[in-house]
Every structure is written in structure tokens, then in C-alpha cells.
Write a protein that binds this ligand. Sequence first.
Ligand SMILES: *Cc1c(COP(=O)(O)O)cnc(C)c1O
Length: 399
Amino acid sequence: MHEVFTGSFTQQEPIPEAGIAAALAVMRHGRLHRYNLAEGEAGEVALLEQEFAAATGAHYCLAVASGGYAMACALRAVGVRPGDRVLSNAFTLAPVPGAIAAVGATPVFVEAAEDLTIDLAHLQTQIARSGAKVLLLSHMRGHICDMRALMDICDAAGVSVVEDCAHTMGAAWDGVATGRWGLVGCFSTQTYKHLNSGEGGLIVSDDSQVMARAVLLSGSYMNYDRHSASPPPELFDGLRLDVPNISGRMDNLRAAILRPQLHGLDERRARWNALYATVEAGLEATPGVTLIRRKPQEGFVGSSFQFLLRDWPAGMVQTVLAGCRARGVELKWFGAAEPSGFTSRYDHWRYAAPVRLPQTDRLLAGLIDMRLPLTFTTGDCALIARILRAELRAARQAG
Ligand SMILES: *Cc1c(COP(=O)(O)O)cnc(C)c1O
């Protein structure tokens, strides 16, 4: 009998009881807006910002409405203007080029390397070709490039780096948290990321000018003195009449849900990495399968798993996907002709007028992706790996 997996690849864990209690307290007192505070009250959003700044070692933190909003706000805050060109990974998710488009700028895509990170040689080429002064670097699916080498290239060329850490909250390169290498780090607290408030985003930076602009942009009205992880109020004097209000604040209800989750992030990273290691071990030495090797400096969070079916014909990949789906294993394929669900490819983003990138095309044609929600056990992951192995073998035998 064929083994079948019955778990759900989209089912996250429930909100911790402490988060539910804190959310109920906010609803009972009714002060959901971040600036609606009782005498002497700090507010859940300001406390979350303080705690996230401390967790990442950043001077400043701002909580906002989504990860996409965080990126667009960061781009505006670092000075991207309509008509500018902004470098970014060709292999990323749609909200990344979307954030560039939101500020009226144009993405300049950079090839993906074999380990799914940004190709540093091509980055240098694209910097020289485009003259772009900002890179929106996406740590897509949690894969982290050599951040020292990347910062050397960008610093030498005068390129500011905004990091998209939607898949790397809790992760580090060489002991330094992602989001702390560039000028600004952006995080998402959308349901499928590492903290879950349905929607939400966080911005961190050490730059007081950039952060003061971000706070004003987010819609602080003249309440920036109610932030406790922001630059001091006098820093806003020269800015407050010049920076537009583009409302995208976080509210106290979401922050209340997030704070207890943030405290448990280290424990959850350990569980994610145990799931990841189980799938990896189960797929070791599978004929035709290329695993993505993690570098020793990469302190990653294994919340999803990728592997390559390098140069497999599309029909054979589809046989694997169908075989796995029939046995309860939901895979995503970056090689599909049409975008589906959350998965799309740079050449699907027509508004960005993408130019063909042969190296990325070849890579994505064989790239398989799988979520590993924490509702899975290591036993589930061992079973998933057995099903994958069997279906991969069957597809190869069928040719
Ligand atoms: C989810 C995601 C984001 C942010 O998305 P939101 O849904 O706006 O919070 C950014 N980058 C990547 C790579 C993502 O997967």
C-alpha cells in the first residue's frame, strides 16, 4: 500500500494563550489604535517595537501594516523617487517588485545563483549597467548570500541596501541578524511567515533620519513622541512638514498577538530546523535530485524546503507534482508557465518589463518548494520525504 500524508501544508499553530489573553484585554478596553493610550500607558505597538529592536540589536524599530508596506515605506525613506531604478532578486515573491512599483520606481532584476541567493557577479554587472543606487535584497525562502561580500560590493558602489527578511526573521549570517547588514531591514508578520498576526510588518534601522522619515510616512500624525524605539522628537523638527502621511500603521490588537510569539521565536526556530533536517536527511542521495547546501555562516530558519530537479523535462516534473499531490504532499513549482497561488516568477511581472535572465530561468525550471508548518512533526517530515523519494523514482522510471 502507498503511504499517504494527511496533514495540511497551510495550517499554522494556534496563537499562544498569552497572545489570546493580551488580544482580549485590548478588545475589552477598546483602545486599538496605536496612539489611543490611557495616561501612562505605553501601548502594545510601542512595546512590540521596543522588544523587536532589542531582539535584532537595532537602534530603532517601526511596526506597520504589512511586509509589503514595510518595503515600500523603507524605499521611500531611503530616498527612492519615481522613475528611479531599484536592484532586486529575480528569484523572489511578487510583493518585492510590487514594493518597488508602489514608489513609482522600476525593478532591475539580478540573476539567482545555484544556492538560490542573489548572484554577486551579476549584481556587480547590473549596478554598473543601471546606475541604480538602492538594492532591495530578498532573502528569498530563507537563503542568505555571503553578506560580507555583498556589503563590500554595495558599499564600494555607493548602493544602499534594504533587506527583505520576510523569510529570515530569527536568522543570521555569520552571527549578525538579517536586517542588520543593510541600511534598513523589513520583516513580515503575515500568517505564513515566522510570526503570525494575519497581516503586519516591522522595519528596523540604526539610521535616525531614515527612521524618522519612516515613522512620519507610516502615518504618525504628530504623535511620534509616543514611540519608544524611534529617534528623539527633535529629529522630526526638520522633517514633519515635508514627509507625506501614507497611512500603514500597525494596531494594538495585532501587536498584542505578536509579542508572546516573539518571545518564543528561538524555540520555534529549533523546531523548524529539526523538520528541515528530517526532510533533508530523507532526500539525501536521491537520484536526479540536487539539494541546496547551506553554508556554515548561514544561521537559517528552515520554515520551508527547496530542491532542484535540474534539467528535468517539464512533463516529468508535472508527473512528480501530480503523484505527490495524490498522496497528500503539496509541492510548488517555480517552473510552471502560469503563476498559481503564491508562486510566480520574474517574467510574470509584466509591469516591470523584465529582461530574460537565462541562469535564473534554468534554475527556476527545476525548482521545487514546500512549506514546513510547525503543525508538522519530524515523523510527518520523514513520511513526506519517503513519499517524495518514491514519486521521484517512479517519475524517472516512467521517463
Ligand atoms: C510574504 C513576503 C513578503 C511580504 O509580504 P506581505 O504579505 O506584504 O507581508 C516580502 N517578501 C517575501 C519574499 C515574501 O514571501
